[in-house]
Design a protein around this ligand. Structure first.
Ligand code: KG4
Ligand code: ZN
Length: 381
């Protein structure tokens, strides 16, 4: 089947068309068309993602992304499809309404089977753009609408190896680390989730971003810190600055990163001037502290649940040191699946992959009165 997927939960406007075949025993995935526009530079002056700006950017960019992805998939044919005002009713913004109307009216209905869209978690004003566009397309093209949880997208897409998901050994433990989330989730079977642990305050990506800001580095801070830490390691440096490993020895699988962030703030006060050497040393020690905690808590969760597979998802899983140590220290305990680099950050392919499993297992969420749900939990419904 072919699925058109839309992702607008944060600062990426992404549209993908995937082809998915098979069963839960073995499924194959191919990306037919993929369009992604990052708004990162626009948000940089704010030091984080500014929801209303994200919404406006999604409104401006979603139709060009649809065109790009469908063209790449060779599914966009000139023609005509009628659109009623009723069909466009949920769309916000006159420009978006006009652009989407023109787009639908001047093309044939594409040969796809479903329209999938992220409905949470994320920034609600941003999510709404994707939801209303997906609703409009599904109505105008008479296709099935499939609402998807963004985190489910991260979990399931992490299982893909060379375009295939097969012989997944359950239970699967997912470590989800992004700008908004730090969670350990157990998947006992397909689409069946239990929360094992989570952050009690800041998400790990948020901690990376905040510490980067203290060091005078631009947003998003994760890749910047990671680069400095790597430089320091390459030189063989051993940090003399010591930062705490919050909650390392507690018996739960919960995390806390705000104390670590505050510790960096206090440490910086000891230095009258922030030199490149100090930046590097702090980045190195901070990354080590975060990685120590992530590895230890994940190990504890593997022990407690007997999980056979570990998947790692979310933007922070792009971090080389975290990837390396999870693999090296937990690889004997479980099959460790960390997605390819381009799948770790937000994208629409993962939303299409999750939609495939939802359709396959007959568990598509209710679409009547579909709403953006900023704090949508991973649920087993
Ligand atoms: O999943 P994602 O793209 O967006 C959501 O938050 O949903 O994750 C973005 C987060 C940002 O906080 C960014 O700083 C972090 O992922 N990140 C990294 C790295 N690359 C991105 N953190 C640490 N090391 C990296 N290499
Ligand atoms: Zn994400």
């Amino acid at each position: 089947m072919k699925i058109l997927a839309i992702e607008t939960s944060c600062d990426e406007t992404a549209v993908s068309i995937i082809s998915a075949e098979g069963t839960t025993v073995r499924a194959t995935f191919a990306v037919l068309g993929d369009a992604l526009l990052s708004q990162m530079e626009k948000h940089q002056p704010y030091g984080g993602v500014y929801p209303n700006l994200a919404k406006r950017e999604h409104q401006n960019n979603i139709v060009p992304m649809l065109e790009k992805a469908l063209t790449e998939a060779i599914l966009l044919k000139p023609g005509s499809t009628s659109v009623t005002l009723e069909t466009l009713s949920t769309l916000q913004g006159d420009d978006l309404r006009a652009a989407l109307r023109a787009f639908i009216e001047t093309h044939e209905i594409p040969d796809i089977d479903a329209v999938a869209v992220t409905y949470g978690p994320g920034l609600e004003p941003a999510l709404w753009v994707g939801i209303t566009v997906a609703e409009t397309l599904a109505k105008a093209w008479h296709k099935q609408l499939v609402p998807i949880n963004h985190m489910e997208g991260h979990v399931l897409s992490s299982l893909i190896k060379n375009g295939v998901i097969e012989q997944t050994a359950f239970p699967v433990l997912a470590l989800l680390i992004s700008g908004g989330h730090t969670e350990l989730v157990l998947m006992r079977d397909w689409l069946t989730y239990t929360l094992i642990g989570q952050t009690l305050d800041d998400a790990v990506g948020e901690a990376f971003d905040k510490v980067a800001r203290m060091l005078g580095l631009p947003y998003p801070g994760g890749p910047q810190i990671s680069k400095l830490a790597e430089q320091s390691r390459t030189k063989g440096a051993v940090p003399t600055i010591k930062l705490p490993r919050p909650m390392l020895h507690t018996t739960t699988c919960d995390f806390s990163f705000s104390g670590l962030k505050t510790a960096v703030l206090y440490t910086l006060r000891n230095f009258p001037e922030l030199t490149d050497d100090i930046r590097e040393e702090i980045a190195h020690e901070f990354e080590d502290a975060v990685t120590d905690v992530l590895v230890k808590k994940t190990e504890r969760a593997l022990e407690a649940t007997g999980a056979k597979t570990l998947v790692v998802g979310g933007g922070v899983s792009a971090n080389k040191e975290i990837r390396r140590r999870l693999q090296a220290e937990l690889g004997e305990r479980a099959a460790v699946a960390i997605p390819d680099h381009h799948l770790t950050t937000d994208n629409a392919v993962m939303i299409g992959v999750a939609a495939f499993y939802r359709i396959l297992l007959g568990r598509v969420p209710e679409t009547d009165g579909l709403k953006a749900y900023g704090t949508l939990p991973l649920s087993s419904d």
